[in-house]
Design a protein around this ligand. Sequence first.
Ligand code: G4P
Length: 531
Amino acid sequence: MSIIEESNKRRTFAIISHPDAGKTTLTEKFLLFAGAIQTAGAVKSNKIKKNTISDFMEIERQRGISVTTAVMSFEYKDLKINLLDTPGHKDFAEDTYRTLTAVDSVILVVDSVKGVEEQTEKLMNVCRMRKTPVIIFVNKLDREGGDLLSLLDELEKKLDINVCPLSWPISRGTSFKGVYSIHNRNLHIFKPNMTHMDEDVVAVSDLNSKLLDENIGTHHALQLRNDVALFDECYGSFEKTRYLAGELAPVFFGSALNNFGVKELLETFVEISPTPQNRMSDCRMVNPDEDAFSGFVFKIHANLDMRHRDRIAFLRVCSGKFERSKFYKHVRLNTNLRFNSPASFMGQKKSIIDEAYPGDVVGLYDRQSFKIGDTLTEGENIMFQGIPNFSPEIFKELISTSMKAKQLEKGIKQLTDEGVAQLFIMKNGGRKVIGTVGQLQFEVIQYRLANEYGAECRFEPLNFYKACWITSENQKQLNDFCSYKSDRIGYDKNGDLVFFSESEWILNHYIKDYPEIEFHFTTEFKLSNND
Ligand code: G4P
């Protein structure tokens, strides 16, 4: 098969949600449905339930040794589906944001009882920024909750995207009857605690048909007719091109726990979701069907089992064919590397592969030669763009408490290369500032520095509200600002200028006072020249 044929067979996506909305349950149902696993309960939740370092370490240790790592692939209807795993804990949200750079589309799970939650909004912001096509699955229809037309409204407003329901639920909670598929014009009848995946489906091409009344009762049939008429007017019909452009999100309803709505979701996903897409490099757009191989590292998984110290770098293939034991250029290090045991992940099994194609994710055993965003090619000097850093939310000064300064340097460099946290160096005095999105990461850093590098440290809280990357065409204004706020200016790992604001109010004040300075909340601005 040619590269383009192989590429067209792939669908690479992630399931994302606010914790507890049902991401793990839906992932498992997809794998069960595709026959990639045989028993429920096989997909380990990567949720850190106790919010403690020991819980995190235990999960990481298990993940390192056996179960899923970054991707679970399965075959469905002659397609190879690569489902990228994302962390279940909000403190590791940046890991999820990075994973989103390696997918071509996402399924966003929303809890129908809780509606749009904090993490749902943040994840959607990242999708919107990258124009990633999104399908929304509204879950837990078996539970009582609010009005679903209002939920559609909430989705549009809070997620800032046009939505288009492709199915519509008939009541909810204890009186939940099922969903009507607007897309396929049929009725899916709900039965609680369904163990099999096949639902009872009745073809109802005309909503005025008596079949509807017979199956769900006159009261619910009437309600459904009214609802569909109402939102036909409000939401219009589904346009695939707008979905693919990231402008319109089709919405499905169901209950992952009860296997309900999962089949329809998966079938529509394979029908409409995008094939591997073009990727921007610093020099040019790279197309998946090019002969020459290229790919980038979007995630590094440290093995916390001390007996196996290797890390695994996860590489997304962007073009051409990746081959085992062939030399490839590590562009940043300007060196050639080859990989004798590249891994792929079918279902939950890890196996060595001989080749991989665009859209595939390959696990490369690594002895610390990779950092997030590194590019491999067949020789061309290109670096893939689009692995931005996001403004962290918590900042602390890193203070060494042992004499092992070199180990600390090395450890912190490697942990930040892995993307565990961001390191900034203050302009005045060269203090080291660690920025994360969650408290738990500081404990992870402290633990790993001590255990893997023998370097003890402590953290001093800092009164920083946000880190913004600052740029300006007016060098004088930028210099003036940096001198005026010199104790709040630092550099990131790439030497880019960063301003640490003390509060939102102060930040807004400076944004107004220094109109020629641009304050960026992600490093995505570095890519805008290529857009
Ligand atoms: P997450 O990965 O998004 O964090 O969510 P997860 O799938 O772990 O689901 C969170 C909880 O919601 C789980 O219950 C799960 O069983 C439940 N759940 C998922 N889908 C549905 C659904 O359609 N209906 C209902 N009623 N519940 C659903 P838990 O008690 O927290 O965990 P567990 O002990 O069952 O694993």
